[in-house]
Design a protein around this ligand. Structure first.
Ligand code: NI
Length: 256
């Protein structure tokens, strides 16, 4: 009953290469990380992450298409997600959003499929797990205009403290990952400080963005603990309190 544990709310464990899924889960459990949410990103891995969620008790998934995969979109994906969403292990639509970092040549297409997936989340009444890379204003404007009833999680939040405040005013949640542990990540430490505990979620985005002291290695859900420790120091609260509240937030938002 009083067990405190962590939840990794965004982790591509299907992309972890150096260890098996069984080891990923074993390591997570020994680090006190009990539940893991695996986002789909491409048309190819929707089936894979759904299968993972069916196979393992403490694994859940978000289904959707990452903006960088926008060119592979076809409307059949909507029906596939509708069918899979009958499972309670499908806890959101994601990761979806906008990414202006690499290639801006298909921004309009990114926006179009972002909107379609927001509407799907609204139809299914599922939370949205949002990828926003160097596209803060457009992401914000589109969500504000099109999202009617879905809860919003800003995955791997990368904006300013001011932008975090704007998102919180909309009732959205801020998910922080390993970047907050980097020594020179002043902006993210400031974000961690100002985001109210009730609006905060933890994640790894494994296999990417590995927190200190494992930087340079492949990331895994167990390492969400380092992010939690850093944020608890920044917020001057115990790890226990941070774990309790962020876990409660995730369980409430995702209905898990
Ligand atoms: Ni991701």
């Amino acid at each position: 009953m009083n067990e405190t544990y962590l939840i990794d709310t965004h982790s591509h464990i299907n992309m972890v290469e150096n260890i098996s899924t069984d080891e990923v889960i074993k390591n997570a459990l020994s680090a006190g990380v009990k539940k893991i949410i695996v986002p789909a990103s491409s048309t190819n891995d929707i089936d894979d992450v759904f299968e993972l969620s069916q196979k393992y008790e403490d694994i859940y998934c978000y289904l959707g298409i990452h903006p960088e995969e926008a060119k592979d979109w076809d409307d059949g994906i909507l029906n596939k997600i509708r069918e899979y969403s009958a499972s309670p292990k499908v806890v959101g639509i994601g990761e979806i959003g906008l990414d202006y970092y690499w290639d801006k040549s298909y921004v309009e297409l990114q926006k179009e499929i972002f909107i379609k997936q927001i509407q799907l989340g609204n139809e299914l009444n599922l939370p949205l797990n949002i990828h926003d890379r160097e596209a803060h204003k457009d992401t914000f404007d589109i969500l504000k205009e099109y999202n009617k009833n879905s809860k919003v999680i800003m995955h791997c939040f990368s904006g300013s403290p001011e932008f975090a405040i704007e998102c919180i005013k909309e009732g959205w949640y801020i998910a922080l990952g390993g970047v907050v542990t980097f020594k020179n990540a002043k902006k993210m430490k400031e974000v961690a400080k100002i985001v109210p505990l009730e609006k905060l979620l933890l994640e790894t985005d494994a296999p990417y963005l590995t927190p200190t002291p494992h930087r340079g290695e492949e990331n895994q859900p167990a390492y969400v603990r380092f992010t939690a420790e850093e944020i608890s120091k920044i917020k001057e609260i115990s790890l226990e309190e941070l774990a309790k509240q962020t876990t409660l937030n995730a369980e409430k938002i995702l209905n898990i």
